[in-house]
Every structure is written in C-alpha cells, then in structure tokens.
Design a binder for this molecule. Structure first.
Ligand SMILES: C[S@@+](CC[C@H](N)C(=O)[O-])C[C@H]1O[C@@H](n2cnc3c(N)ncnc32)[C@H](O)[C@@H]1O
Length: 278
C-alpha cells in the first residue's frame, strides 16, 4: 500500500472499529451514571446493541484495535463490573417475575443462549466423564442458574449444587428451581471457603470474583481427576466479561479443551482436569 492511501477493506474495518468504540464508550458512560440497573428500555437497547456488536468472531488484529484503543482501555477497568450488575439485576428481575407468576425458567428471554452454551460445554465434558450419577457444582450461580437447571434436566441422577455468596440470589434460584421441577442443592458461601473433595465437576461462572485464590483453593481441596470448567471470553467478547487470566491457572490443572465459538453464546468455557502429583 502506498503511503497515505488506505484500501477499501482497511477503511471499512477502521470505520467498524470506530462505531464499536463509540458505542462502548457511550454504554460505559450511561452505566456509570445509572444506580439502578434493573432492565429498562434505554439500558436494554444499549446492551443488546453492545452484545450484537462484539459477538462476531473478529480476528485478533481487529479485536486488539478496539480493546487497546485508549478510550476503551479506560472503560474496561469498570465496564465488566457494571455489566455484572446488569446481569445480576436482569436475573433477579426474571426470577422475581417467575416466582410471582408461578411459571418456570423456560420463560427467561435469554434461555436459548444458555442452552447453546450448555450444549457446547456438555459436548466437551462428555468426552471425559460419564455424567450419569456424579456430583457437580456451579460456582457463582446467581438468581437464575439456567445452566444447572438444563444439565439437571438432561442428567436427572446427577447431584448438582448451586454455590453463591448472596442469600438473595440463592433464595430466588431455589424458588425458580422448585417452580421448574429442578431438584438442586443450594450452598450459601463464598466459594473460596468450601471443600471440593466430593465434586466430580466444578463449573465457575464468568462473573465469579477472586478466581486466582479460588483456583488455588480447588487445587488444594479437590480430588485428582476432578474436572473444572471455567467460563471465559475470547476476541472482542472480552469487552463483556473479563477473560480468564491463564497465569492464574494452577499447574495442577491440565488443559483438556474448550467450547467452540458459536454466535449464540458469548462465553468460551475452558476445561481442565485436576492432576496432583502424589
Ligand atoms: C451475575 S450473577 C450470575 C452469573 C450467571 N448465571 C452466569 O452464568 O455467569 C454472578 C453471581 O456470582 C456470585 N459470586 C461472585 N463471586 C463469587 C464467589 N467468589 N463465591 C460465591 N459466589 C460468587 C454473585 O453473588 C452473583 O450472584
């Protein structure tokens, strides 16, 4: 390319990056000033555009162009936390509605996204374990533990525990579970304080905080052979959820594989097996 002449493709990708950056900045500013993040019209519109914009499988160069932009670097320090508040508020809103209407979890508007993610996760997990009659837990399960409900529906003999440090989240999850006929266990505790010796599979939700300490704690208290699924993000979807810092993964975790990219779910789940030296 001659100096000063920009090809059509570069031009359109620079324009696309500009549109995405402007939207991220606008959304970040709006969220910073919004104390109550319960679903509401402007918020819903901004968030669904944001998810649509960052969901395609962009290449690493384009993703870096956006993520490393100085306006974005500054927003990224608080955006995932704001989005976590929005996700919690959304789940709470729907869990309360389900409890009031005595309906079940299948009316949750993002059910399809969770079903797609669980399908992708089970496709990896089933290569490594027979899930018929084991114990599994979901850390950071929140007020609408759809993933746990869906896995229980497919594997009724599996014992599944939802772990959350918020009483409110667990109470709502329990109510929705009962109305949906999903018999799960509910454990109220910060995940870093539990013992994982009897768990065959441990899922860690992307919004779980204190992951570095938690992963070390699992390596200490878990049994050899335990499978760990950590929800993370790749590409431009890192804007929505903080990606797992792989330096935080203990050496006792042996990488098994990850879910494949699908536009229906923003997470990539990384799977490990706990292999401690004897
Ligand atoms: C946004 S919500 C639900 C997440 C969502 N269902 C998902 O699939 O990612 C995140 C939940 O994680 C819980 N949480 C975060 N860190 C935790 C920790 N270290 N121990 C226990 N619960 C945690 C919060 O209390 C909150 O209810």
């Amino acid at each position: 390319m001659q100096h000063g002449i920009v090809s059509g493709a570069e031009n359109s990708s620079a324009y696309e990056a500009h549109v995405i950056i402007s939207h991220i900045v606008k959304t970040g500013e709006y969220l910073a000033g919004l104390a109550d993040k319960t679903p509401q019209e402007i918020l819903n519109r901004l968030l669904s555009s944001l998810v649509q914009m960052v969901s395609p499988a962009y290449g690493e160069n384009f993703s870096r162009q956006v993520i490393d932009h100085p306006h974005i670097a500054e927003k990224l320090s608080c955006l995932p936390a704001y989005l976590g508040e929005c996700e919690y508020a959304l789940e709470k809103f729907w869990a309360c509605k389900i409890a009031r209407d005595e309906s079940d979890y299948t009316c949750f508007p993002y059910l399809g996204n969770y079903v797609a993610l669980v399908r992708a996760e089970l496709a990896v997990l089933e290569k490594h374990i027979d899930l018929q009659q084991d114990r599994m837990c979901f850390i950071g399960s929140g007020p609408m533990p759809i993933s746990a409900f869906e896995i229980k529906r497919q594997y009724p003999a599996l014992t599944i525990s939802c772990i959350d440090r918020e009483n409110e989240a667990l109470d709502l999850a329990h109510k929705v579970g009962e109305l949906s006929g999903a018999k799960l266990q509910y454990i109220h505790a910060p995940a870093q304080q539990l013992d994982y010796a009897d768990q065959a599979v441990i899922f860690i939700a992307s919004m779980t905080t204190g992951k570095k300490e938690l992963l070390r704690h699992i390596a200490r208290t878990g049994q050899n052979g335990t499978l760990i699924g950590i929800r993370s993000t790749e590409g431009l979807r890192k804007i929505l959820y903080k990606a797992l810092d792989e330096r935080d993964v203990p050496k006792e975790f042996k990488f098994l594989g990850k879910t494949e990219y699908k536009p229906e779910h923003v997470n990539t789940t990384l799977f490990y097996r706990l292999e401690k030296e004897s």
